[in-house]
Structures are given as structure tokens and as C-alpha cells.
Design a protein around this ligand. Structure first.
Ligand code: PEP
Ligand code: CO
Length: 451
């Protein structure tokens, strides 16, 4: 099925005639225009072949034949664009995907919140400290975190620095994945040094052994080497900063369609889903697979109108809905949202983000999430979809391969008192290695037990 090419009233800058929320205020318009012009000339970070291949995989997940694992930092930082951090993130996602493949017996689509997750929505334009008000930190693509007037001034040239970091990240990831790092014959490549004797690592290694045994058995019986050298890995980020996305949006004559080539799979965050707003306007015209975050504040008519605007042709794999209600509210909202979508006759891919509806603050002021609430929302999502005759086709997580202490709970028993030890996130709290692996194992176990 083909999507109608948006013509006439849509072009990559048509969002500019709408209200654009969560955008920085740049004082120097000429400098902004210059950065957009430079970015428009630079080569794309992804290609339409990859983007269309991903759309095909997402279409399979939509019909229950695959499962999406999407994860990474809440906000990437320029400082973390290092060999170690990139490899660690890739390793944890590969390890989790192996656990999911074994548990679900389905292909797993691996998508990082990586190579472009540099712009963040904030609850206020200004942050005030000791009577001084400065622009809020909106991610490394926009301004800098330290609380000084110079650092907080939005700087349009940071868009170019973000593009470069994204390019360096995706280059390294592609090269690792294509070069054999992800080869199932060598899962020892993905071991993380610090995990040592963590209970999750032990369980994981048992799974690895059984994969290796099966591979060896199969290859000795068939006399063929399994083609396991290469896995596919895709990128995603919140398509929040519209000048950045616009500058890398191209019309491809061989497809007769527009693509946002900053990433394979951009999403619209919960704070920018106004129906007549700039983000919906921008996203409706690009041909990438896209996702929308859905929280408790989204009404059924709003959701239905949004689906109509973003996927009028009911194109398979085009639209993902990432629900993020929180453990307390999912029972109330998910069933009505599933019914509302069903009544449009449009197919979507359903994904659960059990992180963003479960954020809380401790008395010491740490933003955290309780592992139990994350698991509760996730298992409720599986159950509610099943009861409704629907399919939960993926999970969206904030995680890191690093050994941080940002979320409370899990098998290693992190408590509030542990948070100060290794609290490193720039924005939201992430699952650490143990917690992320435990989630993968719980999903695998839950699906095996409940179908
Ligand atoms: C995020 O994914 O980091 C985020 C801000 O999520 P949401 O839009 O769901 O609040
Ligand atoms: Co976040």
C-alpha cells in the first residue's frame, strides 16, 4: 500500500506556520538560518533503504510476528560519545535481544535511542536558582547544562555538533554490527567487564550456552554455517527540534516521497502532540515509520484524529503508539485507548514505555523510578492487550549498559540510599545493567508462561 505524497500544502518547513511547542528561542536568526543551511547540505545519516526495511519489520511486529526492543538514554550527551559508552549500550541491547529471541521465539527488532537523542522537552522555559532565571537546559543539541548565562544561551551551531556526534555514533555502530561484533557465534564479544558475578549475568550466560549449543548442533547436522554474523540495528530519537529534522528531510525522486534522514524511526513526545501543532504537521509529511507517545491526557477523539492525520492510508508499519500511563493508571486508560484505535479501523504497532509514567522524586530530590512499578506496568500492558484481542509488540526503555544507581529495586536490591553512589543521568533515571537484563528475562518468562 502506498502513502499519498503530501503535496501542495506540505513541505519540510510547513510546520513553521503552526504553533511549535518546546522549541528554544534563538536570539540570532541569521546564525540559525546558517546552521540549517549547512545541515541541509550535509549527507544524510540514514538511507531510505534502511528506513523502509525497518518499516517492514515493524509491520511484522504489528501483526504479532516480531517484537520491538527500543532502548537507550533519556538524553545522550556529547561527552558520552566515546567508544566505551557506545559499545556498552550496544552490548546491553544485544544481550537483551538475545534473551528476548530465546524467550519469545520471534525475531526481535533492535532500535537504540541513539545517534540523535540530544534534544529534550522541559516543563518550563526558564530555570530559577537563587533568584537568577536562565533558559532551561534542553539537551546538548540546544544549549549546555552548567547554570551560567553563556552555557544556557541556545546556540544554533550545536545542531551541527549534534549531527556530527550522531554521525560518529552511527558509523561506529554500523561498523561493529557489519564487521562481526554481533555474530551469534561469538556472544562473548558482548560481555561487560564490571558485571562479574551478578545474578543476571549468570542466568544470561546459561542462555548463551544453550544458544551456542544449538548453533553447533545445527551446523554439524546440516554442514552449513548459520548466517549469524550480522544483525540489524536501527536508530531513533524524539523528533523534537524541528529545525534539525527539517534540515535533513529530503525528497527522494526514486521513491517520490519525503524522508527525515536524521534517523530511521523518530517519535513525537507526549508534550508536543497538539493536533494543530507543528510536530504533527511535520511528521505527517515524512515517510519514515513514526511513533507517538500516548499518556493519560490524550482523549479518544484526539487520538483518532491524530491517527487519521499521520496514517491516512493505513500503511503497515507506519505508526507506532507508545503508551506510557504509569502503573497506577494503565488499567483505566489502556483498554479505552485500544478500543478507540480499533474503531478507526487502522492498524498500529503497540509498544509499552513503562518508564515515563512511573517517575517520582525522593525526599533528597533525586528523580527515580521503582523497578516494581516498571514491571507492574509492563505486565499489565501484556495482559490488557491479550484480554482485548490485541498484541503488545514491543517495549521502550531508558537504560544504560553502565553500572548506575538511578532506579530503585530489582534483584540487586537498590534502595533510595544507593542513589547518590552512581547517579549519572542528565535527565531521567535509567535501568542499569542488572535491572535491564532482569526486565528482558521477565518479559521472556511472562510471554512463555502466558502466550
Ligand atoms: C522521553 O522519552 O524521554 C520523554 C520525554 O517521554 P514522554 O514524551 O513520554 O514524556
Ligand atoms: Co526520558
Amino acid at each position: 500500500m502506498t502513502q499519498t505524497i503530501p503535496t501542495g500544502n506540505w513541505h519540510p518547513a510547513s510546520w513553521q506556520s503552526r504553533e511549535a511547542s518546546q522549541q528554544p528561542i534563538y536570539r540570532d536568526q541569521a546564525k540559525l538560518e546558517d546552521s540549517i543551511a549547512q545541515l541541509s547540505q550535509l549527507p544524510p545519516l540514514v538511507t531510505s533503504w534502511e528506513v523502509e526495511a525497518l518499516k517492514g519489520h515493524l509491520a511484522a511486529a504489528q501483526s504479532g510476528e516480531a517484537f520491538l526492543l527500543q532502548g537507550g538514554d533519556c538524553a545522550e550527551s556529547f561527552a558520552d560519545c566515546t567508544s566505551d559508552f557506545i559499545v556498552q549500550k550496544l552490548k546491553i541491547l544485544l544481550q537483551m535481544s538475545l534473551v528476548l529471541v530465546m524467550g519469545l521465539r520471534k525475531p526481535v527488532i533492535r532500535v537504540g535511542r541513539m545517534a540523535g537523542q540530544y534534544a529534550k522537552p522541559r516543563s518550563a522555559n526558564l530555570e530559577t536558582k537563587d533568584g537568577v532565571a536562565l533558559p532551561s537546559y534542553r539537551g546538548d543539541l540546544v544549549n549546555r547544562n552548567p547554570f551560567t548565562p553563556e552555557d544556557r544561551e541556545p546556540d544554533p551551531t550545536l545542531m551541527l555538533r549534534a549531527y556530527e556526534r550522531a554521525g560518529l555514533t552511527i558509523n561506529f555502530v554500523r561498523s561493529l554490527v557489519d564487521g562481526g561484533f554481533a555474530d551469534l557465534h561469538h556472544p562473548e564479544n558482548w560481555d561487560l567487564k564490571f558485571v562479574g558475578d551478578s545474578p543476571m549475568a549468570e542466568q544470561y550466560h546459561k542462555i548463551v550456552e544453550s544458544v551456542s549449543d544449538s548453533l553447533e548442533f545445527f551446523e554439524s547436522v546440516t554442514g552449513d554455517a548459520m548466517h549469524t554474523r550480522r544483525v540489524e540495528f536501527y536508530t531513533s530519537h524524539e523528533g523534537l527540534h524541528l529545525p534539525y529534522e527539517q534540515a535533513q528531510t529530503r525528497f527522494l525522486p526514486h521513491r517520490q516521497r519525503w524522508y527525515d534522514l536524521t534517523t530511521h524511526y523518530p517519535w513525537i513526545g507526549m508534550r508536543t502532540i497538539e493536533l494543530d501543532g507543528a510536530h504533527i504537521e511535520f511528521f505527517r509529511g515524512i515517510s519514515n515509520p513514526i511513533a507517538v507517545k500516548v499518556g493519560t491526557g490524550v482523549s479518544n477523539p484526539q487520538l483518532q484524529a491524530m491517527i487519521h492525520a499521520l496514517n491516512p492510508q493505513n500503511e503497515p508499519g507506519r505508526l507506532t503508539l507508545i503508551t506510557r500511563f504509569g502503573a497506577k493508571h494503565i488499567e483505566e486508560h489502556l483498554p479505552r485507548v485500544i478500543r478507540a484505535v480499533r474503531s478507526t479501523g487502522t492498524r498500529v504497532l503497540w509498544v509499552c514505555d513503562p518508564m515515563h509514567g512511573n517517575t517520582e522524586s525522593t525526599v533528597e530530590g533525586y528523580k527515580t523510578r521503582r523497578f516494581d512499578n516498571i514491571v507492574a506496568e509492563l505486565t499489565a500492558a501484556f495482559r490488557i492487550h491479550k484480554e482485548a484481542g490485541s498484541y503488545l509488540g514491543g517495549v521502550h526503555l531508558e537504560l544504560t549498559g553502565d553500572n548506575v544507581t538511578e532506579c530503585i529495586g530489582g534483584s540487586s536490591g537498590l534502595t533510595e540510599a544507593d542513589l547518590a553512589r552512581a547517579y549519572k543521568t542528565q535527565v531521567d533515571p535509567r535501568l542499569n545493567y542488572d535491572q535491564a537484563m532482569e526486565i528482558a528475562m521477565l518479559i521472556a518468562g511472562y510471554v512463555r508462561a502466558n502466550g
